[in-house]
Structure formats: C-alpha cells, structure tokens
Design a protein around this ligand. Structure first.
Ligand SMILES: Cc1ncc(COP(=O)(O)O)c(C=O)c1O
Length: 565
C-alpha cells in the first residue's frame, strides 16, 4: 500500500527555507545526496529501454485536473518523481539504444547542469549574466575558428567586442536554422530607396520593391524539417522551398542545383530571388555531408547566402580525420551546430555562427527595460529572449574531453558503425542501404531468398533483351519491395514490444531501388559503451524476430514469384 503523502502547513517560514541564503538552515545538501542517489539508481536499472507501461496507463497516472493546493514535502515529491517519472523514462543512455541522436552523456554534464541551475544566469543581458556572457562569447569564437579559420587578429578584435556577435547560442538546431534564414532574408532584400528592409516592410513589399515574384530556398530532399518551419515562420512559404534530389549517396545533386539556379535566374516571367542555398553537413536520416565546396561556389556566383546545417555533423570537425568531409564549409555565410548531438551534451543547445561579424547586426533588437540600444547585452542579437547558461556544458566539455578526446569518441563511433555494417552484410538476412559518413547506418531485414531473387530480377532488368521479361522483373521487384517494407514496419513494432534493443525507422527514396520508397531501419552509433558484443546481440535479436515475422509473409512472396504477368 502506498503511503498518502503528508501535507505541509503552508507558512512563509517554511517557504523561505526552500531558498539558499548565507547561513540558511536549508536542506539542500541533504536532499542533494538523495537526488544524486536517485539519479545514480536510474543508470543502474536493468530491464526494458522504454518501460513496459502503455501510453493509456501513463495518461492515467498524470490525470489530475487541478493544481495541488497545499504543499507537499520535498522528499515525497522526489519519491513521486522516482516512481512516476524516472521509472517510465526512456533509457537513452543504454548501449542497446542505438536509434536516435539523443544518447548517453558523460556524468559531469549532470553536475554542470546543477551549476547552471544554481547560478540561474539569464544570458539575455549583462545585468543577469556577467562571467557567463564572456564564456558564451569565448565558446562562439572557438567554434567560429574551428569552422571559418579566420586570422587571429579577427578574433582578437571581435570575440568580446559588444558591438558585434560572431554567432549566438540557441535552444537547439531549429532556432539556429531559423536565425540563419532570418539573416539570409534580410540580406536578400536590403534597405534601399524607400524600402526599409523586410523586418520593417514585410516580404510582399520586399519582392515588390526589388521586382521579384518569389523568394526561394534551395536545399536537398534530405533537408531537416526545421528548414521548412523556418520558411513558414519567415513568410517565405513552403511552396518556395526548392527540394533538390540527392545522388545515390544522399548528397545533394550538384548538377541539378546548377541547372535549377540557372533556370531560376533566366526566367524573365517569374523573377525569383534565391534567398539562400542550404548545404547539409550530416543529414538527419543518413549522416551524409553535401559537397559544400561546390555549393559554396554556386552560392557565391549566384550572389546569395550560403547556409550550412551542421547540426548533426559539425562537431566532427574537431577530429582531423573528418575535416576532408567538410571541405568548403569555410565558404558558408552561416553554420548551425547542435551541442546535444555529437558534443555529447544534454538537452538542449544549438549555435549559429556567421562568417561575417556584421551579419547578426541585421536582426538586432533593443528594448528600453532590458537590452538597451548601446548596451553590451548579448540578447540584442538573439531571437529568443531569456536563455539559460547552456554554453557552460560544451565550454567545459571541450576542456574536459578536449579535441583529442572527441577525436577518439568519433573513432569509436566509426568503428561501431563499420562493425555493425559488416555483421549485417555477413548475416545474409539484411541489406545495408547507405555508405555512412557520420555514424548513421540504414539497412533493412530481407530474408536471403528474397535478396537473391531481387538480384536475379535486377539482372533481368539491366541485361535481358526481352522487353516483357524486363517489365515483369521490374513489377515483381516493386511488389517484393512493398512486401519487405511491410515486413520491416512489423519488425520495428515487434522490436519496440521486445524492448531490449532500439533502432529507429524511416523511409528513403534514395536507395538503390529509387524512385521506390524503401522502409529502412536506422542505427545511430555514437554511444561509446556500445561494443561489438552488444552489436552482435542487437543484430541477432533483429534476425530472430525478423525470421519469425517472415513466416507470415512468405506465401505472399511465393505468389509474387509465381505470377507470370
Ligand atoms: C541536420 C539537422 N538539422 C536540424 C535539426 C534540428 O535540431 P533540434 O532538434 O535541435 O531543433 C536536426 C535534428 O535532428 C538535424 O539533424
């Protein structure tokens, strides 16, 4: 039987003790120990990754309609957090959990979070964030230097210069991309004549003033959906995102970009302004990096902003082994990076960095009560208002782990990715479907018989002289792929029920079966505690469950094979 939590008599004396003050009789250290124990227990817990509770059951636990009236004891609320929240949280740290970019974090991050909460600095203005403002600016310079490698004198002049900002810290990649596109929009339609800029006069007047019918964004079909959100918010409109197909390795097709830019520039009827070309340095679904050098050159020739979304892959620049993948990133006008991905920091923080120190001035805001015009406040350059001192986490982590340490972590991630690929390729019942550049592997379960048969049909399609044979082989390939798509959706659901391992799932148009959509399993291999034995177990589990589901699909496949039309 659960004990009914004790109600506390609400009086000011008691409430005052909840705040720490010099010589205060608070119980911070006492509860601090208890809290650390609870956190530590969470990491020791065995059992399922997602907790077996169903979503309807969970909704019943959190179904109170009214706000608690009289206060409860801290220890009772901590115990409630333990039994109701922590117990049913996803164990993203688990080395068998290799499905998402959200993964394990080093334990010192938890302690840094305590410092961030304890200091409670608000980065919006110097009056609420003193040293922390300088930490943030130093971190921005480190990353700016890592990406753009400008001369030392540039950083000596601008790092702590309150009149400019080399970048800003955001709550995540979505806000970082939004900031980049906001700046790109201002740059695309600068104030001139009677026109005072988009932020003052709006998009309609911007287009009208410059004689354009539309303003567009160019990005590959692998672009993250945050780009579309930004475009919606900025009044550019979804229809003006030009999605360029990717090549067989999920890189934006450079020839198609060139052709599209030329068509847009030569169209006299629908005059179009290219607001920005976006390159992706680490695609969300497949972990591939666009040809940034070529995109940078196209953007420069088209006289447009070049933004690189490096939210996923950006930190790999810390390791020299990966620098070549990002060749041309220094040509970007802006680059977005997340720290809660490959920096191994907890949720959540992003950064947007601008090559030109004056770009962020285009979106500067002031307010009498908080960020006055000639103040030194960082908040003048950000979309967000109040912001936490999140930059402490990557700043400290870059000292504790260092470039060398990150290099080792990425080498380990590479090793896990290559190893998983090799065991999937050797198993016989899987097909790997991408060449992973940055620790993301796409594959599907496909019984060996189906794989072999698809190879035969592929040969028929490419080399048979008989048109009918070609046609039938193409039709059977398509039908079989649809069947295997269904099988992989079922397998993914069954793996969720099993709950001992976790990979995610997506659908790609860019596999060797293009243009047919293929359902793929997606592994993100960044947890350094995921070792070879664990990967063997994960693949064995998927193979075992996959084969048992296949029994229900087998007759449908035989039917496809035997059909002669
Ligand atoms: C390439 C890319 N860009 C942007 C984002 C959005 O980042 P966030 O979820 O931090 O807003 C993601 C998230 O996965 C991403 O992979």
């Amino acid at each position: 039987m659960t004990e009914t939590p004790k109600r506390v008599v609400s009086n000011l004396e008691y409430l005052k003790k909840l705040f720490i003050m010099p010589d205060s009789p608070d119980k911070f250290v006492e509860f601090g120990h208890e809290l650390l124990e609870i956190i530590h227990d969470f990491f020791q817990e065995k059992g399922g990754i997602h907790s077996s509770i169903s979503l309807p059951e969970l909704s019943k636990i959190f179904d109170q309609i009214t706000i608690p009236d009289s206060p409860l004891l801290i220890k009772d609320v901590l115990s409630e957090i333990k039994s109701k929240v922590i117990k049913h949280s996803v164990k993203v740290y688990n080395p068998y959990y290799i499905g998402h970019m959200t993964s394990a974090i080093p334990y010192f991050m938890i302690l840094l979070e305590m410092i961030i909460a304890a200091l409670n600095q608000n980065q919006v203005k110097i009056e609420t964030a003193k040293a922390s403002s300088f930490v943030e600016k130093e971190l921005i310079t480190w990353l700016h230097h890592l990406i753009f490698r400008r001369k030392d004198i540039f950083y000596e002049n601008h790092t702590q210069d309150p009149r400019v900002a080399l970048g800003s810290v955001t709550s995540g990649g979505t806000l970082a991309n939004l900031t980049a596109l906001l700046v790109a929009r201002e740059k695309a339609f600068p104030p001139r004549g009677g026109f005072q800029g988009v932020r003052t006069n709006g998009m309609a007047e911007a287009l009208n003033h410059y004689g354009y019918k539309r303003g567009v964004i160019i990005v590959s079909s692998r672009g993250h959906y945050s780009i579309r959100k930004a475009v919606n918010l900025l009044g550019i409109g979804d229809a003006n995102v030009i999605s360029i197909p990717v090549d067989d390795h999920n890189h934006i097709d450079i020839n198609k970009v060139r052709r599209k830019v030329k068509i847009l520039q030569e169209d006299e009827e629908i005059k179009t302004k290219i607001i920005t070309i976006v390159g992706i340095a680490g695609t969300t679904e497949t972990g591939n990096v666009d040809n940034l050098e070529a995109l940078g050159e196209i953007a420069r020739n088209a006289n447009t902003h070049f933004h690189v979304d490096a939210c996923w892959g950006g930190p790999a620049l810390l390791a020299d082994d990966y620098r070549h993948l990002f060749k041309g990133i220094e040509l970007a006008n802006s680059v977005s990076i997340d720290t809660h991905k490959l920096f191994f920091c907890p949720m959540s923080m992003g950064l947007i960095l601008f090559r030109n120190e004056k770009d962020l001035n285009l979106i500067k805001h002031a307010s009498q009560y908080i960020i006055r015009k000639n103040s030194v406040d960082i908040g003048r350059f950000t979309i967000e208002g109040s912001r936490p001192f999140a930059s402490l986490k990557p700043w400290a982590s870059l000292k504790i782990i260092g470039r060398q340490g990150y290099g080792l972590l990425f080498r380990e991630a590479r090793e896990s990715t290559d190893y998983m690929r090799s065991i999937l390729d050797h198993c016989g019942n899987f097909e790997t479907l991408n060449i992973p550049e940055l620790f993301i592997l796409n594959y599907r379960f496909i019984p060996e018989t189906v794989r072999d048969q698809l190879a035969i049909w592929k040969k028929d399609i490419s080399s048979s002289e008989d048109k009918d044979i070609k046609k039938i082989a193409a039709k059977k390939t398509k039908k079989s792929n649809n069947l295997i798509n269904g099988l992989n959706i079922k397998l993914h659901r069954a793996l969720r029920m099993d709950d001992t391992t976790f990979v995610s799932r997506t659908t790609l148009e860019s596999t060797r079966y293009r243009p047919q959509n293929i359902v793929v399993l997606r592994a993100v291999l960044i947890n350094p505690l995921t070792n070879r034995e664990i990967l063997n177990e994960i693949v064995e589990t998927q193979n075992r469950i996959g084969l048992s589901i296949w029994k229900k699909f087998k007759s449908a496949f035989i039917k496809i094979c035997n059909n002669t039309t």
